[in-house]
Write a protein of this length. Structure first.
Length: 138
């Protein structure tokens, strides 16, 4: 099952290929966390990441004739606030990588309640306005 995710201002939209015998779809929104840590190593601060864990924050049931869903009012969690130096790179606002991201996957269920198709977990990037500019950096 193929899905596509598009980011927009404070939200994510996902759409997918229909499944022949599906009676409903389930759309899962997760937050992945790589457990970012700053550690002092060889005389300097280094960013280390652990194993990524996932937490489901939304599960939405969608009728069979709909093949899209939009999550709104989401925060940009993959970047923290720009640093004290302004955080501007090539005219765009650049924040600190937090190690967190949104992921979405979709399941198709048949009339008997069995899951008959499932997409892969896909990364979604939310855009926000910062100082009047879209946050374009992933």
């Amino acid at each position: 099952m193929n899905i596509s995710i598009k980011g927009f201002l404070n939200g994510l939209m996902v759409y997918w290929d229909g499944v022949q015998d599906a009676s409903r779809y389930y759309v899962h929104l997760l937050i992945g966390d790589k457990h970012r840590k700053e550690v002092f190593e060889n005389g300097r601060m280094v960013t280390k990441y652990g194993d990524e864990t996932f937490q489901e924050i939304a599960l939405v049931e969608v009728e069979r004739n709909m093949k899209y869903y939009s999550f709104t009012n989401l925060a940009k969690i993959n970047q923290g606030e720009p640093g004290a130096t302004g955080g501007y790179v090539s005219g765009r606002v650049s924040g600190v990588d937090t190690g967190k991201n949104y992921y979405i996957f979709v399941e198709a269920e048949d009339r008997s309640g069995e899951i008959i198709a499932k997409s892969e977990k896909e990364l979604g990037q939310v855009y926000v306005l910062t100082n009047g500019d879209y946050s374009l950096k992933n």
